[in-house]
Ligand binder design. Structure first.
Ligand code: COA
Length: 390
């Protein structure tokens, strides 16, 4: 039985900051940001948007009456969850008025949580072939103003429907995964900004990629030549490029050029949105599918997932005959075009106006209300969400 992604959609805040302008304010050479790191713009979420609203906004676009009716599970992968106990999947379940007879769970392992959810969905459909699973990977990446990681922040969500006989991409049963406890990146529960040993985390990303990719090739007798495209977890686009650069010398010139061209297509949304942690690999997949018009049904796409801490997984998917009908590139272009640029001082003010880590009541600024679902306040330590017509 074929199992995989039947539909995929994204959401990102309607505000962004230009990274060339940010570099100038920070006293950095803009080329460091746009070439050295490989980022041009960064999504800025107002405090009325969190992983619940971003996830619900993305999921609303991907759900159909048929997928609602067959829904067996809602899985949310995130490392910027809004509660240490209650699953974000339940808030989203409520906002979208989803059926009662489902499992709703949140999964965490840094940027790997979305892949964990996808694989759990795949295994669930294998034993429940008539069911579909809503998989959401949503995150807000925050390192702090004027930190080394600031240029690699971002916000967004990707939602996918996983089912039997998918119209978009199969998930092949060829995963190779590896886990080891390391301290390259983490976030203590008392703060909303991540801590990272930046250089060490990039070294570990590459070391994990090298080992799982070598084992994948040995286990499955496949090499770079067999892939139409390879996509990577993109904390920033240069990180994925460094991983791809380990692959290119091992293949023929034509394959190397094909993989380079399609890698570039997979990085375009990340360049504009930034790091969305768990969703970033899948935003890269969507960017590839939206921007490359030469891909064909039957093509094999490689996916490399990395979550600091760390777990890494390499697997592949095969494009299905109807895949082009499942894409909505024009709508995504429009969503990005209609975003409002925030000058750096306003970005800093929006970044600093956040739901506090204490028991005080809090209400976001309605001037920044955007999207179908919003957080209207945290009152008596309970979060309140509403449907909002923007
Ligand atoms: N023009 C072009 N490139 C420039 C440049 C300029 N003027 N100035 C610097 N660069 C390049 C550097 O050569 C370097 O490229 P390289 O990595 O290919 O050698 C790159 O820009 C980054 O410069 P660097 O000095 O290493 O940046 P940094 O010390 O500010 O740290 C990160 C960069 C990514 C480590 C930092 O942003 C970070 O900690 N991010 C969060 C952690 C993370 O994302 N980890 C990823 C694994 S999940």
């Amino acid at each position: 039985m074929k199992i995989g992604i039947d539909a995929i959609e994204m959401d990102t805040p309607d505000f962004y900051v230009d990274l060339v302008k940010l570099a100038k304010v920070r006293g950095d050479d803009p080329n460091k940001y746009t070439i050295g790191i490989g980022q041009d713009e960064q999504a800025v979420p107002p405090s009325s948007q969190d992983i619940v609203t971003l996830g619900a906004n993305a999921a609303a676009k991907v759900l159909t009456p048929a997928s609602r009716a067959s829904l067996g599970m809602i899985l949310v992968g995130t490392e910027s969850g809004v509660d240490a106990s209650k699953s974000a999947a339940l808030f989203i379940h409520d906002l979208l008025a989803l059926p009662e007879w489902v499992r709703a769970v949140e999964l965490k392992e840094a940027c790997y949580g979305g892949t964990a959810a996808l694989m759990m969905a795949r295994d669930y459909v294998a034993s429940h072939p008539d069911k579909s699973v809503l998989v959401i990977a949503a995150d807000i990446a925050r390192y702090g103003l004027a930190t080394a990681g600031e240029v690699t922040q971002g916000a967004g969500a990707v939602a996918m429907i996983v089912k039997a006989d998918p119209r978009l991409l199969t998930i092949e049963p060829d995963s190779v995964y590896r886990s080891a406890s390391i301290n390259d990146f983490w976030r203590p529960v008392y703060q909303d900004t991540a801590l990272a040993q930046g250089k060490y985390s990039t070294e570990q990303y590459l070391a994990f990629f090298k080992t799982v990719w070598e084992r994948y090739q040995a286990d499955h007798h496949l090499s770079a030549h067999d892939f139409a495209a390879m996509t990577f977890h993109l904390p920033y686009t240069k990180m994925g490029k460094k991983a791809l650069d380990l692959v290119l010398p091992t293949t023929d010139d034509a394959s190397a050029q094909r993989l380079k061209n399609r890698f570039e297509a997979s990085t375009r949304y990340c360049r504009q949105i930034g790091n969305i942690y768990t969703g970033s690999l899948y935003l890269g997949l969507l960017s590839l599918l939206d921007h490359d018009t030469t891909l064909q049904a039957g093509d094999r796409i490689g996916l490399f997932s990395y979550g600091s801490g760390a777990v890494a997984e390499f697997f592949s998917g095969i494009l299905q005959p109807q895949f082009k009908e499942q894409l909505h590139a024009a709508e995504h272009a429009q969503q990005l075009t209609k975003r409002k640029e925030l000058p750096v001082p306003e970005y800093e003010a929006v970044f600093s106006d956040k739901v506090p880590y204490d028991a005080d009541d809090y209400r976001p600024d309605p001037a920044y209300y955007r999207g179908q679902f919003i957080l209207t306040g945290v009152i008596g330590q309970e979060r309140h969400y509403e449907k909002h017509q923007s």
